[in-house]
Design a protein around this ligand. Structure first.
Ligand code: HSE
Length: 420
């Protein structure tokens, strides 16, 4: 019999305990051994968790319990779970974690500490979708050309409602919180940080890249307006918040941002709280993984798949590469990213202004693909909307700074990247 201890019996922890009990027969048949939860840890013992397992408010009751074989960490946060996971590994226990923030900052240290002990994390990225297993095992024959995905259900839920129903940003964020999709601090969702944690985990498995959130380009969905939504519709795009990892020569672009993508692409059709990840391997070609990225049972399904894997004895390097044999690919600096851009700016509605703007863009080598002018409520001011041909991020940033200094340009200039 294998005994489990759960650190954090919230929505996901309770689902793990309940599924292990309800589906015990099939899980035992698949794992080859009986799996039982011995105990769990919560902060507040007076709250009913809807589980029949023994609960404590001291994490060390699980981490230092000699009878517990596998510690499941579902606490959230970074520092406390890091100390507890480290302790559990030092006590010789296998660990399963769903904690993407912990892994975004400490995955390489934890890999070292784990050594030959299993430390698994399927539930950390895209909830119930088995994307870690797909990359770590299913696609291990391939060089990975790119990963592109909707990795945050809250953003996708909000964007879907804003685009399809014209819902207001604040109202829809509140709804996502009430439905339990959003993080405790929803800035992590709408600011792109949650997706960046997941992207960094995938980038380690695909490319062996040891980067932290601070090292990569992360933008949220806070500045998208109905003008951008209307433009996207008119020009055949959907707006999605994407995590993107792309091999370019000997480098890898890593970025999270709101993105215009062609409405006919498969990922553009992924709506609501669902997640989807497309991986292109050099031999397999394009593969796509779709499913619920959040929610108790969906995330618990991924946690239990790790437990079953551990009990079966499946192992291998935690992050997919044997130490010293990583791909050798390096993270490309943000400035080196090359893509197409969408620009929105308000300008004085007078003759010669368009020429001033286009020649200013031209000075930075930026060529315009499409252009649309819209009137505003103020008849002296017009909105200009552009898409550009591919250019470097550094050129675009310099151009935006230069445009912002022109007398004819009013207010902030908004920019979104386009992926085709
Ligand atoms: N807040 C996350 C999301 C939950 O909205 O996708 C899963 O990580």
């Amino acid at each position: 019999m294998v005994k489990i201890g759960i650190l954090g019996v919230g929505t996901v922890g309770a689902s793990v305990a309940n599924i292990l009990e309800a589906n015990a027969d099939i899980i035992e048949a698949r794992a080859g051994k009986k799996i039982v939860v011995k105990s769990g840890v919560v902060k507040n013992l007076s709250k009913d968790r809807g589980v029949s397992i023994k609960l404590s408010d001291n994490p060390l009751d699980v981490v230092n319990d000699p009878e517990i074989d596998i510690v499941v960490e579902l606490m959230g946060g970074v520092d406390e779970p890091y100390a507890l996971v480290k302790q559990a590994l030092e006590n010789g226990k296998a660990v399963v974690t769903a904690n993407k923030a912990l892994l975004a900052y400490h995955r390489y240290e934890l890999q070292e500490i784990a050594g030959n002990l299993p430390l698994m994390y399927e539930a950390s990225t895209a909830g119930g979708i088995p994307i870690i297993g797909a990359l770590r095992t299913g696609l291990s024959a391939n060089h990975i050309d790119s990963i592109q995905g909707i990795m945050n259900g809250t953003c996708n839920y909000m964007l879907t409602k804003m685009i399809n129903e014209g819902a207001q940003y604040d109202e829809i964020l509140k709804e996502a919180q009430e439905l339990g999709y959003a993080e405790a601090d929803p800035t992590f969702d709408v600011g792109g940080f949650d997706a960046s944690h997941k992207l960094l985990i995938l980038a380690s498995i695909a490319y062996g890249i040891d980067a932290k959130p601070e090292d990569i380009l992360i933008e949220g969905i806070e500045n998208i307006t109905s003008t951008d939504v209307d433009f996207a519709k008119e020009f055949g795009y959907e707006i999605k918040s994407l995590g993107i990892a792309k091999k370019v020569g000997n480098g890898v672009e890593l970025r999270v941002h709101a993105t215009m993508i062609p409405s006919e692409s498969m990922i553009a059709k992924v709506d609501g709280v669902m997640n989807a990840v497309t991986v292109i391997g050099d031999r397999v070609g394009e593969t796509m993984y779709y499913g619920p990225g959040a929610g108790g049972d969906a995330t618990a399904s991924a946690v239990i798949s790790d437990i079953v894997d551990i009990v079966r004895g499946n192992q291998g390097p935690m992050l997919g590469y044997k130490k010293g044999l990583e791909s050798g690919l390096k993270l490309l600096p943000k400035e080196e990213i090359v893509t197409q851009y969408y620009l929105r700016l308000e300008v004085d509605d007078q003759s010669g202004v368009l020429a001033t703007i286009t020649s200013s863009l031209g000075e930075f080598g930026i060529s315009i693909e499409t252009m649309l002018q819209k009137p505003t409520e103020d008849e002296k001011i017009a909105k200009l909307l552009f898409t550009t041909h591919r250019c470097k991020e550094s050129e675009m940033q310099e151009a935006i700074t230069a445009l912002g200094k022109l007398d004819v340009v009013r207010g902030e200039i908004a920019m979104m990247r386009i992926e085709k």
